[in-house]
Ligand binder design. Structure first.
Ligand code: UT7
Length: 329
Protein backbone atom coordinates (compact mmCIF):
# COMPACT_ATOMS: atom_id res chain seq x y z
CA UNK A 1 0.00 0.00 0.00
CA UNK A 2 1.35 3.43 -0.92
CA UNK A 3 2.43 5.87 1.74
CA UNK A 4 0.08 8.68 2.75
CA UNK A 5 1.40 12.16 3.56
CA UNK A 6 -0.32 15.12 5.22
CA UNK A 7 -0.86 18.10 2.93
CA UNK A 8 -1.44 21.70 4.08
CA UNK A 9 -4.29 22.20 1.64
CA UNK A 10 -5.70 25.63 2.47
CA UNK A 11 -5.60 28.61 4.79
CA UNK A 12 -8.30 31.02 5.98
CA UNK A 13 -8.58 33.68 8.66
CA UNK A 14 -10.86 36.21 10.24
CA UNK A 15 -10.00 39.48 11.97
CA UNK A 16 -12.81 41.26 13.87
CA UNK A 17 -13.72 44.67 12.49
CA UNK A 18 -13.09 46.81 15.59
CA UNK A 19 -9.60 48.33 15.76
CA UNK A 20 -7.91 49.23 19.04
CA UNK A 21 -5.09 51.62 18.11
CA UNK A 22 -2.11 52.75 20.13
CA UNK A 23 -3.67 56.19 20.46
CA UNK A 24 -6.82 54.54 21.94
CA UNK A 25 -4.55 52.83 24.49
CA UNK A 26 -2.84 56.14 25.32
CA UNK A 27 -6.22 57.22 26.71
CA UNK A 28 -6.65 54.04 28.76
CA UNK A 29 -3.24 53.47 30.43
CA UNK A 30 -0.01 55.38 30.97
CA UNK A 31 1.70 54.60 27.68
CA UNK A 32 2.65 56.20 24.37
CA UNK A 33 2.45 55.19 20.74
CA UNK A 34 6.25 55.64 20.53
CA UNK A 35 6.90 53.22 23.42
CA UNK A 36 4.59 50.56 22.01
CA UNK A 37 5.98 50.80 18.46
CA UNK A 38 9.61 50.87 19.61
CA UNK A 39 9.30 47.97 22.06
CA UNK A 40 6.86 45.76 20.18
CA UNK A 41 6.28 46.97 16.60
CA UNK A 42 2.52 46.88 17.25
CA UNK A 43 0.41 49.75 15.85
CA UNK A 44 -3.07 48.33 16.29
CA UNK A 45 -4.94 45.17 17.17
CA UNK A 46 -8.49 43.87 16.58
CA UNK A 47 -11.20 43.37 19.20
CA UNK A 48 -14.20 41.06 18.96
CA UNK A 49 -17.57 42.51 19.90
CA UNK A 50 -19.23 41.52 23.17
CA UNK A 51 -21.52 39.07 21.41
CA UNK A 52 -18.73 37.55 19.29
CA UNK A 53 -17.08 34.53 20.88
CA UNK A 54 -14.01 32.48 20.01
CA UNK A 55 -16.20 29.95 18.18
CA UNK A 56 -17.68 32.74 16.01
CA UNK A 57 -14.21 33.92 15.00
CA UNK A 58 -13.08 30.33 14.39
CA UNK A 59 -16.20 29.57 12.35
CA UNK A 60 -15.53 32.41 9.89
CA UNK A 61 -11.90 31.33 9.41
CA UNK A 62 -12.99 27.69 9.04
CA UNK A 63 -15.53 28.48 6.31
CA UNK A 64 -12.84 30.21 4.23
CA UNK A 65 -10.37 27.34 4.73
CA UNK A 66 -12.97 24.72 3.70
CA UNK A 67 -13.94 26.71 0.60
CA UNK A 68 -10.33 27.23 -0.47
CA UNK A 69 -9.56 23.52 0.00
CA UNK A 70 -12.22 22.76 -2.59
CA UNK A 71 -13.94 20.22 -0.33
CA UNK A 72 -17.47 20.00 1.03
CA UNK A 73 -18.15 20.64 4.70
CA UNK A 74 -19.29 17.01 4.92
CA UNK A 75 -15.79 15.88 3.81
CA UNK A 76 -14.28 17.17 7.08
CA UNK A 77 -13.70 14.14 9.31
CA UNK A 78 -12.05 15.75 12.37
CA UNK A 79 -11.99 19.22 13.96
CA UNK A 80 -9.28 20.40 16.33
CA UNK A 81 -9.26 23.87 17.84
CA UNK A 82 -6.32 25.47 19.66
CA UNK A 83 -7.31 28.24 22.04
CA UNK A 84 -6.58 29.66 25.47
CA UNK A 85 -9.90 31.51 25.42
CA UNK A 86 -12.52 28.81 24.79
CA UNK A 87 -16.19 29.87 24.81
CA UNK A 88 -16.62 27.79 27.98
CA UNK A 89 -13.89 27.23 30.52
CA UNK A 90 -14.32 23.46 30.87
CA UNK A 91 -16.90 22.20 28.39
CA UNK A 92 -18.15 21.95 25.74
CA UNK A 93 -15.04 22.28 23.61
CA UNK A 94 -14.97 25.22 21.19
CA UNK A 95 -14.30 22.68 18.41
CA UNK A 96 -17.70 21.04 19.17
CA UNK A 97 -19.44 24.43 18.98
CA UNK A 98 -17.75 25.20 15.65
CA UNK A 99 -18.71 21.72 14.37
CA UNK A 100 -22.34 22.40 15.25
CA UNK A 101 -22.29 25.84 13.60
CA UNK A 102 -20.84 24.23 10.46
CA UNK A 103 -23.49 21.50 10.56
CA UNK A 104 -20.89 18.75 10.95
CA UNK A 105 -21.97 15.80 13.10
CA UNK A 106 -20.45 12.53 14.21
CA UNK A 107 -16.81 13.44 13.78
CA UNK A 108 -14.04 13.80 16.33
CA UNK A 109 -13.90 17.37 17.76
CA UNK A 110 -11.77 18.63 20.63
CA UNK A 111 -9.68 21.58 21.89
CA UNK A 112 -5.98 21.79 22.62
CA UNK A 113 -4.46 24.11 25.22
CA UNK A 114 -0.91 25.03 24.20
CA UNK A 115 -1.15 28.84 24.30
CA UNK A 116 0.68 30.59 21.43
CA UNK A 117 2.10 27.25 20.23
CA UNK A 118 -1.41 25.85 19.81
CA UNK A 119 -1.55 26.01 16.02
CA UNK A 120 1.73 24.14 15.55
CA UNK A 121 0.60 21.58 18.17
CA UNK A 122 -2.65 20.84 16.32
CA UNK A 123 -0.83 20.76 12.99
CA UNK A 124 1.35 18.03 14.52
CA UNK A 125 -1.75 16.11 15.64
CA UNK A 126 -3.43 16.49 12.24
CA UNK A 127 -0.29 15.28 10.45
CA UNK A 128 -0.12 12.21 12.69
CA UNK A 129 -3.82 11.38 12.25
CA UNK A 130 -3.56 11.70 8.46
CA UNK A 131 -0.34 9.70 8.15
CA UNK A 132 -1.84 6.92 10.28
CA UNK A 133 -4.68 6.84 7.70
CA UNK A 134 -7.34 7.37 10.38
CA UNK A 135 -8.56 10.63 8.80
CA UNK A 136 -8.58 12.29 5.37
CA UNK A 137 -9.56 15.95 5.83
CA UNK A 138 -8.91 17.60 9.18
CA UNK A 139 -10.03 21.12 10.00
CA UNK A 140 -7.59 22.80 12.37
CA UNK A 141 -8.39 26.17 13.91
CA UNK A 142 -6.44 28.62 16.07
CA UNK A 143 -8.93 31.10 17.53
CA UNK A 144 -8.73 33.59 20.38
CA UNK A 145 -10.83 36.20 22.10
CA UNK A 146 -7.90 37.37 24.19
CA UNK A 147 -9.70 40.60 25.08
CA UNK A 148 -11.76 38.43 27.46
CA UNK A 149 -8.69 37.71 29.64
CA UNK A 150 -6.88 41.04 29.35
CA UNK A 151 -6.86 43.63 32.12
CA UNK A 152 -7.20 46.94 30.25
CA UNK A 153 -5.69 48.81 33.21
CA UNK A 154 -2.42 46.80 33.00
CA UNK A 155 -0.08 48.49 30.51
CA UNK A 156 2.33 45.54 30.64
CA UNK A 157 -0.11 43.29 28.82
CA UNK A 158 -3.04 45.22 27.32
CA UNK A 159 -0.90 46.79 24.59
CA UNK A 160 0.19 43.40 23.28
CA UNK A 161 -2.80 41.22 22.59
CA UNK A 162 -5.64 41.09 20.06
CA UNK A 163 -8.50 38.87 18.89
CA UNK A 164 -8.77 36.78 15.72
CA UNK A 165 -8.77 33.34 14.15
CA UNK A 166 -7.05 31.31 11.48
CA UNK A 167 -7.89 27.88 10.09
CA UNK A 168 -6.50 25.28 7.70
CA UNK A 169 -7.51 22.03 6.05
CA UNK A 170 -4.96 19.25 6.35
CA UNK A 171 -5.66 16.50 3.82
CA UNK A 172 -4.24 13.14 2.79
CA UNK A 173 -2.01 13.05 -0.29
CA UNK A 174 0.32 10.56 -1.97
CA UNK A 175 2.38 13.38 -3.47
CA UNK A 176 5.48 13.93 -1.32
CA UNK A 177 6.12 17.30 -3.03
CA UNK A 178 3.06 18.84 -1.40
CA UNK A 179 3.53 17.31 2.04
CA UNK A 180 4.19 18.60 5.52
CA UNK A 181 7.81 17.53 5.91
CA UNK A 182 8.44 17.68 9.63
CA UNK A 183 7.06 19.17 12.84
CA UNK A 184 8.66 19.28 16.26
CA UNK A 185 6.87 20.38 19.39
CA UNK A 186 7.91 20.49 23.02
CA UNK A 187 7.26 22.03 26.44
CA UNK A 188 8.82 22.80 29.80
CA UNK A 189 6.31 23.23 32.62
CA UNK A 190 8.93 24.57 35.04
CA UNK A 191 8.27 27.98 33.47
CA UNK A 192 4.46 27.79 33.70
CA UNK A 193 4.25 30.59 36.27
CA UNK A 194 5.81 33.20 33.91
CA UNK A 195 2.77 33.43 31.62
CA UNK A 196 -0.60 32.71 33.18
CA UNK A 197 -4.20 33.32 32.11
CA UNK A 198 -6.56 31.71 34.59
CA UNK A 199 -9.75 33.36 33.24
CA UNK A 200 -11.65 32.82 36.50
CA UNK A 201 -10.32 33.67 39.95
CA UNK A 202 -7.86 30.96 40.86
CA UNK A 203 -4.89 30.67 43.15
CA UNK A 204 -1.63 29.96 41.38
CA UNK A 205 0.11 27.54 43.78
CA UNK A 206 3.75 28.44 43.08
CA UNK A 207 3.68 31.80 44.87
CA UNK A 208 0.10 32.09 46.14
CA UNK A 209 -0.79 34.91 43.75
CA UNK A 210 -4.50 35.34 43.16
CA UNK A 211 -5.06 35.94 39.48
CA UNK A 212 -7.96 37.00 37.36
CA UNK A 213 -6.41 38.25 34.14
CA UNK A 214 -3.49 37.29 31.94
CA UNK A 215 -0.17 38.06 33.60
CA UNK A 216 3.28 37.84 32.10
CA UNK A 217 6.85 38.29 33.25
CA UNK A 218 7.55 40.02 29.91
CA UNK A 219 11.31 40.32 30.14
CA UNK A 220 11.93 36.70 31.11
CA UNK A 221 9.51 35.44 28.46
CA UNK A 222 11.24 37.66 25.88
CA UNK A 223 14.68 36.16 26.52
CA UNK A 224 13.40 32.57 26.57
CA UNK A 225 11.42 33.21 23.36
CA UNK A 226 14.42 34.49 21.36
CA UNK A 227 16.62 31.60 22.50
CA UNK A 228 14.07 28.82 22.00
CA UNK A 229 12.68 30.11 18.69
CA UNK A 230 16.23 30.18 17.31
CA UNK A 231 17.49 26.79 18.53
CA UNK A 232 14.25 25.12 17.50
CA UNK A 233 14.66 26.26 13.89
CA UNK A 234 18.35 25.34 13.76
CA UNK A 235 17.39 21.82 14.87
CA UNK A 236 14.56 21.26 12.41
CA UNK A 237 16.59 22.62 9.47
CA UNK A 238 19.60 20.44 10.31
CA UNK A 239 17.44 17.36 10.84
CA UNK A 240 15.92 17.79 7.38
CA UNK A 241 19.11 18.90 5.58
CA UNK A 242 17.55 22.23 4.63
CA UNK A 243 19.51 25.50 4.44
CA UNK A 244 17.78 28.68 5.58
CA UNK A 245 18.37 30.05 2.04
CA UNK A 246 15.95 27.40 0.71
CA UNK A 247 13.02 28.71 2.80
CA UNK A 248 10.45 30.64 0.75
CA UNK A 249 8.45 31.98 3.71
CA UNK A 250 9.38 32.25 7.37
CA UNK A 251 6.18 32.61 9.42
CA UNK A 252 7.02 33.11 13.10
CA UNK A 253 4.62 33.61 15.99
CA UNK A 254 3.71 37.31 15.97
CA UNK A 255 4.43 38.34 19.58
CA UNK A 256 6.90 41.17 19.25
CA UNK A 257 8.75 42.62 16.24
CA UNK A 258 11.98 42.75 18.26
CA UNK A 259 11.76 39.01 18.99
CA UNK A 260 11.07 38.21 15.32
CA UNK A 261 13.94 40.44 14.13
CA UNK A 262 16.39 38.92 16.64
CA UNK A 263 15.51 35.39 15.54
CA UNK A 264 15.48 36.30 11.84
CA UNK A 265 18.96 37.84 12.07
CA UNK A 266 20.42 34.93 14.04
CA UNK A 267 19.06 32.50 11.45
CA UNK A 268 20.16 34.65 8.52
CA UNK A 269 16.66 34.68 7.03
CA UNK A 270 16.00 37.56 4.62
CA UNK A 271 13.52 40.28 5.55
CA UNK A 272 11.42 39.85 2.41
CA UNK A 273 10.84 36.17 3.17
CA UNK A 274 9.59 36.88 6.70
CA UNK A 275 5.85 37.30 7.13
CA UNK A 276 4.94 40.13 9.53
CA UNK A 277 1.46 40.97 10.80
CA UNK A 278 2.25 41.88 14.41
CA UNK A 279 1.96 45.58 13.53
CA UNK A 280 -1.74 45.24 12.63
CA UNK A 281 -3.04 42.35 14.77
CA UNK A 282 -0.74 42.35 17.82
CA UNK A 283 -0.26 38.97 19.48
CA UNK A 284 -3.26 36.72 18.80
CA UNK A 285 -1.74 33.64 20.44
CA UNK A 286 -2.92 30.41 18.73
CA UNK A 287 -4.38 32.46 15.85
CA UNK A 288 -1.19 34.37 15.17
CA UNK A 289 0.58 32.02 12.72
CA UNK A 290 -2.48 31.11 10.61
CA UNK A 291 -3.58 34.77 10.47
CA UNK A 292 -0.10 35.75 9.26
CA UNK A 293 -0.07 32.91 6.74
CA UNK A 294 -3.49 33.95 5.47
CA UNK A 295 -2.34 37.53 4.93
CA UNK A 296 0.65 36.34 2.91
CA UNK A 297 -1.62 34.00 0.93
CA UNK A 298 -4.14 36.75 0.16
CA UNK A 299 -1.31 39.04 -0.95
CA UNK A 300 -0.39 36.34 -3.50
CA UNK A 301 2.98 35.65 -1.88
CA UNK A 302 2.39 31.96 -1.07
CA UNK A 303 2.22 29.57 -4.04
CA UNK A 304 1.73 25.82 -4.43
CA UNK A 305 4.74 23.79 -3.15
CA UNK A 306 6.49 26.84 -1.62
CA UNK A 307 8.67 25.82 1.33
CA UNK A 308 7.34 27.33 4.56
CA UNK A 309 8.92 27.43 7.99
CA UNK A 310 6.71 28.00 11.05
CA UNK A 311 8.21 28.83 14.44
CA UNK A 312 6.38 29.43 17.70
CA UNK A 313 6.78 29.92 21.43
CA UNK A 314 4.29 30.52 24.22
CA UNK A 315 2.90 29.92 27.69
CA UNK A 316 3.62 26.61 29.30
CA UNK A 317 6.36 27.14 28.16
CA UNK A 318 5.47 25.45 24.88
CA UNK A 319 7.23 25.75 21.55
CA UNK A 320 7.41 24.19 18.12
CA UNK A 321 8.42 24.52 14.50
CA UNK A 322 7.22 23.07 11.22
CA UNK A 323 8.63 22.63 7.72
CA UNK A 324 6.03 22.23 5.01
CA UNK A 325 5.31 22.53 1.32
CA UNK A 326 2.15 24.53 0.72
CA UNK A 327 -0.37 22.18 -0.88
CA UNK A 328 -3.03 24.73 -1.81
CA UNK A 329 -3.66 26.59 -5.03
O1 UT7 B 1 3.11 35.12 23.00
C1 UT7 B 1 3.83 34.51 24.04
C2 UT7 B 1 5.16 35.04 24.15
N1 UT7 B 1 5.13 36.41 24.56
C3 UT7 B 1 6.13 37.16 24.29
O2 UT7 B 1 7.02 36.69 23.63
C4 UT7 B 1 6.20 38.55 24.86
C5 UT7 B 1 7.58 38.77 25.45
N2 UT7 B 1 7.84 40.05 26.08
C6 UT7 B 1 7.83 41.23 25.42
O3 UT7 B 1 7.43 41.33 24.28
C7 UT7 B 1 8.40 42.44 26.13
O4 UT7 B 1 9.06 42.00 27.29
C8 UT7 B 1 7.37 43.53 26.50
C9 UT7 B 1 6.89 44.22 25.24
C10 UT7 B 1 6.20 42.91 27.23
C11 UT7 B 1 8.01 44.59 27.39
O5 UT7 B 1 9.14 45.15 26.74
P1 UT7 B 1 10.53 45.28 27.53
O6 UT7 B 1 11.49 45.94 26.62
O7 UT7 B 1 10.88 43.91 28.02
O8 UT7 B 1 10.17 46.28 28.69
P2 UT7 B 1 10.27 46.04 30.27
O9 UT7 B 1 9.24 45.09 30.73
O10 UT7 B 1 11.70 45.77 30.64
O11 UT7 B 1 9.91 47.47 30.80
C12 UT7 B 1 10.73 48.62 30.56
C13 UT7 B 1 10.07 49.83 31.15
C14 UT7 B 1 9.60 49.65 32.58
O12 UT7 B 1 9.81 50.87 33.27
P3 UT7 B 1 11.10 51.07 34.22
O13 UT7 B 1 11.02 50.01 35.24
O14 UT7 B 1 12.28 50.93 33.30
O15 UT7 B 1 10.92 52.45 34.72
C15 UT7 B 1 8.12 49.39 32.45
O16 UT7 B 1 7.40 49.77 33.58
O17 UT7 B 1 8.91 50.15 30.40
C16 UT7 B 1 7.78 50.28 31.29
N3 UT7 B 1 6.58 49.88 30.58
C17 UT7 B 1 5.87 50.70 29.79
N4 UT7 B 1 6.02 52.01 29.48
C18 UT7 B 1 5.13 52.55 28.65
C19 UT7 B 1 6.00 48.64 30.53
N5 UT7 B 1 4.92 48.65 29.75
C20 UT7 B 1 4.80 49.91 29.27
C21 UT7 B 1 3.90 50.56 28.41
N6 UT7 B 1 4.11 51.88 28.12
N7 UT7 B 1 2.87 49.91 27.85
Amino acid sequence: MSRVYACFKSIGAYAPKKILSNSDLEKMVETTNEWIVQRTGIKERRLASESEFTSDLGLKAAKTAIKRAGIKTSDVDAIICATLTPDFLCMPATACIIASKLGIKNVLAFDVSAACSGFVYILYLAKSLIESKLHKNILIIGAEKLSSVIDYTDRNTCILFGDGAGAAIISATENKNEAIMDIQISADGDYAHLLVAPRSRVMYPKDNRTLEYLQMAGNEVFKAAVKTLTTDVVEILQKNNIFSSQIDHFIPHQANLRIIEAVREKLNLPHDKTVLTVQKYGNTSAASIPMAMNDAYEEGRIKHSDLILLDTFGGGFTWGSALLRFGGK
